[in-house]
Ligand binder design. Structure first.
Ligand SMILES: *Cc1c(COP(=O)(O)O)cnc(C)c1O
Length: 359
């Protein structure tokens, strides 16, 4: 059963808001937020309110022991009045898998759908409708129990905030192999979408950016030999006409874009192979021409080409083709997401009428 309250301040707040010319990605936030608290062993009535600071006990678990998980998904309304979601229940499933790993409460489907639907329906006038643009939704869950002992929270806050955004332009990425640090251990939290994994990646990101590269390429934490992912995107190579991507092994994230690209590529008749991919094989393949194209994928940028791989010893490997198959897959996926092309996989769904403000 859904129950939520809409603050009387929501409509006046929205009426005062206007979109700036320049959106960027994740910079502008719609001036409302959704919040549901779990306390005393039950979900309390949720609320849609104006956006603002939240009060948190300084001893809350999230601030000390990083009990936090999040998601990222987009609502599109290109060329139509009404917004639609892309595979929103896949994000919920993943959020609940992440939450389980972090000993947090499961989000019921009704609270999830209420949160993302209310945020999207009320923000609809501010969802940019040019192709590629969208409302980026950021649901997150934090542990709020306020004692300093190490332990599991029994109170949680679930929120959804949202940002009208342009597509994230990662450009033609130059990436550097991270040979020293690991972002997530085998048996650790790499398969959970949790802030701690990002914290562990910051130092490497800072170092590679100093050297003029865009991102770190993470290797498996056991042998430092097989490719895992970029810090927030999954990894693909085109090798002898087949797409290869690292097989899920529990230490990196199962991207929903990754899954969608695998399905879409197979649908286009391209063979897709999930396996352990040694970094050395990719470097050799770039040199011999067996590996002709490389790209990464995630919700924000959809599909981003990789133009160059640098190694820690300073050697560089320039990829022969940049943004060819990647562009084709990006355009096909975006056309489905935006409802411009048939959706043979039933990935998109519109926001239900009941969530719209009755004006
Ligand atoms: C979110 C994320 C991805 C991409 O997942 P999508 O569901 O495709 O957006 C990849 N890697 C990490 C570490 C992530 O947090």
């Amino acid at each position: 059963m859904s129950h939520y309250l809409i603050s009387p301040d929501v409509m006046p707040t929205l009426a005062d808001f206007s979109l700036p010319e320049e959106l960027g990605f994740g910079e502008i936030k719609v001036p409302i937020m959704y919040r549901a608290d779990y306390a005393n062993s039950e979900w309390q009535p949720a609320q849609l309110t104006p956006y603002g600071n939240i009060e948190i006990d300084p001893a809350a678990k999230v601030l000390h022991y990083a009990q936090e998980v999040f998601e990222g998904l987009k609502a599109y309304r290109v060329g139509s009045q009404r917004a639609n979601f892309f595979r929103p229940l896949e994000n919920l499933k993943r959020m609940n898998r992440s939450a389980e790993r972090m000993c947090m409460i499961e989000i019921p489907e009704s609270i999830w759908m209420d949160g993302i639907s209310l945020m999207t329906a009320y923000s609809e006038p501010f969802i940019p409708n040019e192709s590629g643009n969208s409302l980026y939704l950021r649901p997150f869950l934090i542990g709020t129990k306020s004692n300093l002992g190490m332990g599991i929270s029994d109170s949680f806050t679930f929120m959804v905030i949202a940002s009208p955004s342009t597509i994230y332009h990662a450009g033609h990425m130059k990436i550097q192999i991270e040979r020293e640090a690991c972002r997530a251990a085998r048996g650790g939290t790499g398969a959970a979408k949790t802030g701690g994994n990002y914290a562990a990646a910051l130092q490497s990101a800072q170092q590679v950016q100093h050297r003029g590269y865009d991102q770190s390429l993470w290797l498996d934490p056991v042998e430092m030999k097989y490719i895992e992912e970029l810090s927030g995107m999954n990894f693909f190579i085109l090798q002898n006409g087949e797409l290869h991507t690292p097989i899920l092994n529990g230490s990196f994230l199962a991207g929903i874009t990754r899954d969608s690209i695998i399905t879409l590529a197979k649908h286009k008749g391209i063979a897709v192979i999930e396996r352990d991919i040694p970094i050395q094989e990719v470097l050799n393949g770039i040199e011999t021409g067996a590996v002709s194209e490389i790209f990464a994928c995630g919700t924000a940028a959809i599909v981003s080409p990789v133009s160059l791989i640098a190694d820690a010893d300073g050697s560089t490997y320039r990829v022969a083709n940049v943004d060819q198959l990647a562009a084709d897959l990006r355009q096909s996926l975006l056309a489905i997401q935006e409802g411009r092309e048939a959706d043979p996989f039933s990935w998109t769904s519109s926001v239900q009428e009941t969530f719209y403000p009755n004006v």
